[in-house]
Every structure is written in structure tokens, then in C-alpha cells.
Design a protein around this ligand. Structure first.
Ligand code: LCS
Length: 393
């Protein structure tokens, strides 16, 4: 079936799917490391690209390719590459496009390891990185150098919930012939499709909304054109960050309900954000769906909804954060996000407890900041859980 002209929800179910010789209703798990050739000539033709036959799972596998095709259609891209984790996706893009003595401009508040790996490993190869507040495009413009090979954007940022104008940053980058890669993990293609706004590459941690059930770690890269796809695919094959067929099967299963999950958690998130905005124990809240968010208009323009990630500050700072963590019952105290279960975390006392003051400031982490990933439980239960925990602060 040609699924290219179907709507987004139909693509979620059918894009990339194939039916095997037994008429399997879902894509089966081809749990094999290698594929046999009919004869020597067949093997030679597969390696020469004259025959589309499978060779070896690091290079390609029917289950993995089904997921890659589905994701590419959802993002409206040329083709997809599935990887073992979101970080494998991020570092494969860096390795494919950054050269010795080259330069990258990145959003300052990107996911911590996406920044740390540039400051550590890529620095060893002479790569320089400028981290800027890309919510103001002039900061990106000022940072561009003759050797800039990649502009890397995360929007909204984690956990500071700042947005970057994707159309504007892509126009600027293309004037300088620099490709733009967008980490679309926080939104998923349900909420935001960066390739349609001019980006060249999208990366995902599939661990989050796309798989949606907090039971696998995975990543993906989708490109807009054939040449970038070929360059990045080759890098992935050499560096070996490929996905496993069982992982791919799980993501194909999880992604089918992406719209239902995101619609539900998005509707709840608006109610929760309004509850928090009016709560006497809350100092501030960042959620793109609130009119008080400084980039609410941009969110309306470039996103198809506001998502289900929010950060808020508690009156009483650090101590209140710890009390909240110790008193919520429904929300799970855990890192990660985008699953069917609501997750809460207080970076200052949990993930960033050992990070220096300067490190926390660089990551936008204040002592009072709490991050909430809204799940698909009944919104009344989520609010009641927060209310009873606030009462103990
Ligand atoms: N990009 C973003 C925006 C992320 O939030 C994460 C993980 C990654 C990439 C890396 O993906 P992974 O390799 O873990 O699949 N974010 C996490 C978080 O906020 N808490 O725990 C992991």
C-alpha cells in the first residue's frame, strides 16, 4: 500500500508495514544477525547493491527497516536510520558531519550529554562548539564561523522549556550553507515536524514519546535528502550504533498509539499547568500552552499542540522540592519522560545533586525547579496527587 498520501494517524498504523509469506498481521521480529545468500553470485550482487537482499543486521534488517520507513513518513523525510539509543543518534550525526578543526553551533540548554560529549570527546579531534541561547536567532548568527559545519537545535529545551524559531534558524543556516539538525524528542512528529520547517536532519530519543511505554531505549535519525542520508547511514554502519530487531518491534508496537497518547496527555497537561499557575505554593511555571509563556505565539505557530512536559518552581526552593518528591504517590520519581506513566523529578536533589553551581546554572537548573512529564492517567488523580503532596510542604 502506498501510505505517503495518508493522514498522520493512518501512517502511524500502516507506514513501513509489510506482510510476510505467512500473512502475519504485524511486522515480525527477524531476530537474526545474518542472512544467507542463494549462491556466490547473489552474495556478490547484494554487496554491490545490485540486489536489495539483506546481508547482516548492522547493515539492514526487515524489522528495523520497517520502523525506519514508518518514522521517515511520520517526519516527512527521505529515509530513517534506527539506532540503539538517542545518544547513538546524536553522536552518529556529530561524527558524520563534524570534521577535524570544524565548529558546531548548538542550543545552550540541549540535553546534558549531547553537550558534554562535544566538550569532551569531540574536543579531542579539534572540534569546537559554541553553545548559545538559540531562542534569540541573533545569538546563532553571531556564533557562525567559516568552519561551522552544523547547527544543532533542541526545541523546546529540557527542562527550561525555551523554544527556537525553526523557520528562522533554518533560513539563516542555509544562507551560510550549513545543515540544521533538530532534536525533536520533546515533541515527536505528532507535535512538530522540523523537516517541514526547513531542517535537514531530525534526531530522536525513541525512548520517550515515540515508544511511549518506558520499556526500551532507542534512537533515530531522519534526513530530508538522499546525500545526507547516505553519509549518515555509512557512519552508523561503521560505528555500529544500530538498533536490535526486538527493540524495533517494540517501537513499532508503541508508536501506533502516539496520537492517542499525546492527545490525552496534552489535554491533561493544559489542565495541570492551569492548576499549577494558580497554586499558592508555586513561584513560576514554564509550559508553552500557557499565555504567560513568553513564546506561546511561536509554540502555536510551529507546534501542533503544546505537549505534556512542564517545569515549575516551588516556593521554599530546594527543601520544598525534596518534600514534594517524598510525598507524591501517583507520579513516579524517575528520569526520562514521554511514557504513559506520569514522571516527576527534582534535578537539584536528584540528577544534578553532584553538579557544581556553575554547571547547574549552565543547564538552567535552579534549586526550586521540578520537571513533570504528564502521563495518561486520569487528570483528576494527577492533580489530587500533587495537591496532597503540596499540603505537606
Ligand atoms: N535528546 C533528548 C532531548 C533527551 O531528553 C534524551 C534523554 C536524549 C536525547 C538521549 O536519549 P537516550 O540515549 O537516553 O535514548 N533524556 C533523558 C532525560 O531527560 N532523562 O533521562 C534521559
Amino acid at each position: 500500500m502506498n501510505t505517503k498520501d495518508l493522514g498522520f494517524n493512518s501512517k502511524l498504523i500502516h507506514a513501513g508495514d509489510f506482510h510476510d509469506a505467512y500473512g502475519s498481521a504485524v511486522v515480525p521480529i527477524y531476530q537474526t544477525s545474518t542472512f544467507s545468500f542463494r549462491d556466490a553470485q547473489h552474495g556478490a550482487d547484494c554487496f554491490a547493491g545490485k540486489d536489495p537482499g539483506y546481508i547482516y543486521t548492522r547493515i539492514g534488517n526487515p524489522t528495523i527497516n520497517a520502523l525506519e520507513d514508518k518514522l521517515a513518513e511520520l517526519e516527512n523525510g527521505f529515509r530513517g536510520i534506527a539506532l540503539s539509543s538517542g545518544m547513538a543518534a546524536v553522536t552518529t550525526v556529530y561524527s558524520a558531519l563534524l570534521e577535524k578543526d570544524s565548529h558546531i553551533v548548538s542550543t545552550d540548554a540541549v540535553y546534558g550529554p549531547s553537550r558534554a560529549v562535544l566538550d569532551s570527546h569531540y574536543k579531542k579531534f579539534g572540534v569546537e562548539a559554541s553553545f548559545v541561547d538559540s531562542s534569540d536567532i541573533s545569538n546563532v548568527e553571531k556564533a557562525i564561523r567559516p568552519n561551522t559545519k552544523l547547527i544543532y537545535i533542541e526545541t523546546p529545551t529540557n527542562p527550561t522549556i525555551k523554544l527556537t524559531d525553526l523557520r528562522a534558524v533554518c533560513q539563516l543556516a542555509h544562507k551560510h550553507n550549513i545543515p540544521v539538525c533538530v532534536d525533536n524528542t520533546f515533541c515527536s512528529p505528532y507535535l512538530q515536524r522540523p523537516l517541514e520547517l526547513g531542517a535537514d536532519i531530525v534526531v530522536h530519543s525513541l525512548t520517550k514519546f515515540i515508544n511511549g511505554h518506558a520499556d526500551i531505549v532507542g534512537g533515530a535519525i531522519i534526513t530530508r535528502d538522499k546525500d545526507l542520508y547516505a553519509t549518515i547511514r555509512k557512519t552508523m554502519t561503521y560505528m555500529g550504533g544500530n538498533m536490535d530487531p526486538h527493540q524495533a518491534y517494540m517501537v513499532i508496537r508503541g508508536v501506533k498509539t502516539l496520537s492517542l497518547r499525546m492527545q490525552r496527555s496534552g489535554e491533561s497537561a493544559i489542565k495541570i499547568a492551569e492548576f499549577l499557575e494558580n497554586h499558592p505554593k508555586i513561584e513560576w511555571i514554564k509550559f508553552p500552552g500557557l499565555k504567560s509563556h513568553p513564546q506561546h505565539e511561536l509554540a502555536k505557530e510551529q507546534m501542533h499542540g503544546f505537549g505534556s512536559m512542564m517545569s515549575f518552581g516551588l516556593k521554599g526552593g530546594y527543601e520544598s522540592g525534596v518534600k514534594l518528591m517524598n510525598n507524591v504517590h501517583l507520579a513516579t520519581l524517575a528520569v526520562s519522560l514521554g511514557g504513559v506513566e506520569s514522571l516527576i523529578q527534582h534535578p537539584a536533589s536528584m540528577t544534578h545533586a553532584g553538579v557544581s553551581k556553575e554547571g547547574k546554572i549552565a543547564a538552567g537548573i535552579t534549586d526550586d525547579l521540578v520537571r513533570y512529564s504528564v502521563g495518561i492517567e486520569d487528570v483528576e488523580d494527577i492533580i489530587a496527587d500533587l495537591e496532597q503532596a503540596f499540603a505537606k510542604i
